[in-house]
Design a protein around this ligand. Structure first.
Ligand code: GDP
Length: 367
């Protein structure tokens, strides 16, 4: 039997194969008498949290554990990938605990959006998904916007109790927590790791006062996110870095838009209308006639229609078609993780194509 080596920081089993998963340490470090996982190493030496991801079973364990502990649950979602980052089912496991909803990456949305409207929209969508948060806040963890207000809200809603921060991978949870750590520790070394009772999971514990702490839970992977089907270099192109500039297209029926080679949008029926694309500014949008679209995709995937780049086009999953009859003006067709197209006028028929496994959703317009 092989011996299991445990991290001296958090106690998790050490592995040397998967750098983004729990317990990773470089193989060379196994020679040492005391082995520390990369996450604890970074935390200890740089006071910096490194994201780790979880399997579905781990996620269920965490959720089950949360309901049996008392504390405020802070759920972080990504405004750019609201549904993709949602964590369905959290409300069922929250027990009697309050949930504070924090929507991150507000810096990516056009500045013209009014905050109250955005918060209202978030509250409505959360309610539809079964969650009644005690409050809804928007922040940019990256720029720091709204972070002091979020910390104040956490302080007031926790009522002197513990705080559990949850979120799917890539929502910016580490960026947010790192800001909190810097403030909480004032640069000193006060962060500890802690075991979650009943599971083998380690969580980062940030003391809030003498008795209570904020716990960071590992990020949860959502399998239908487009990110899982792309190579790292292609992924960089689809993640917006700056405020998204809406791109408006006046289309006649039987015209098609391609977002790179990642998604396709056919305007099938209705009066000439405008459609607004919200996606990373670097992504090319290509317009063509519906009758030519399938042939163009077959010939130009990885070429004119990229990403995926030519090197990865062969492994890219096929596009799956879904047809929608849009009755209401201002409806978003969302391609999970890629962006969305707002249908500005009522009564049109469209078809949305996304890579197999990636979700397409319809929602009232965010903007
Ligand atoms: P985690 O997996 O939830 O811990 O997410 P990270 O903190 O590692 O962030 C994931 C990605 O989102 C990184 O590329 C961050 O730079 C980016 N990010 C985090 N917060 C923000 C934000 O407020 N705005 C923008 N535009 N990007 C952000």
């Amino acid at each position: 039997m092989t011996e299991i080596i445990q991290c001296i920081g958090c106690g998790t089993a050490i592995q040397t194969e998967h750098p983004n998963e729990t317990g990773y340490a470089p193989a060379a470090s196994l020679q040492k008498e005391e082995v520390i996982c990369q996450r604890c190493f970074r935390l200890k030496n740089y006071n910096e949290l490194q994201p780790v991801s979880l399997t579905d079973d781990d996620f269920l364990n965490i959720l089950n554990g949360l309901g049996s502990r008392k504390g405020l649950i802070v759920k972080i979602v990504d405004l750019f990938d609201f549904n993709g980052s949602w964590l369905p089912g959290l409300h069922r496991f929250a027990g009697g605990n309050d949930v504070l909803l924090i929507a991150n990456k507000v810096d990516l949305l056009p500045k013209s959006i009014k905050q109250p409207k955005l918060v209202n929209w978030l509250r409505q969508e959360a309610n539809k998904l079964g969650l009644k948060p005690v409050d809804v806040l928007t922040i940019s963890a990256h720029k720091g916007t709204g972070v002091p207000e979020a910390m104040e809200a956490i302080e007031s809603y926790r009522n002197g109790g513990d705080v559990f921060v949850v979120g799917s991978t890539n929502v910016g949870k580490s960026t947010f927590i790192n800001r909190v750590i810097k403030q909480a520790s004032g640069g000193g070394d006060v962060i500890t790791t802690s075991h979650f009772p009943g599971t083998t999971l380690d969580m980062i514990e940030i003391p809030l006062d003498d008795e209570q702490s904020m716990y960071d839970t590992p990020g949860i992977i959502n399998h239908h996110q487009l990110a899982h089907y792309l190579h790292a270099d292609d992924l960089k192109k689809i993640m917006p870095k700056k405020e998204i500039k809406p791109r408006v297209f006046q289309l006649n029926p039987e015209q098609t838009l391609f977002i790179g080679g990642l998604a396709r949008f056919d305007f099938i029926q209705g009066n000439r209308s405008s459609f607004t694309v919200y996606a990373a500014n670097d992504l090319d949008i290509h317009r063509t006639k519906l009758e030519n679209a399938t042939d163009l995709y077959a010939r130009q995937l990885g070429g004119v229609l990229s990403p995926p780049s030519a090197a990865h086009a062969d492994e890219f999953p096929e596009l799956v078609r879904r047809e929608f009859r849009v009755k209401d003006a201002k409806t978003d067709i969302v391609f999970s993780g890629l962006g969305w197209i707002t249908v500005q006028h009522a009564n049109v028929t469209i078809a949305a194509y996304a890579p197999k496994g990636v979700e397409v959703m319809v929602r009232p317009s965010l903007i």
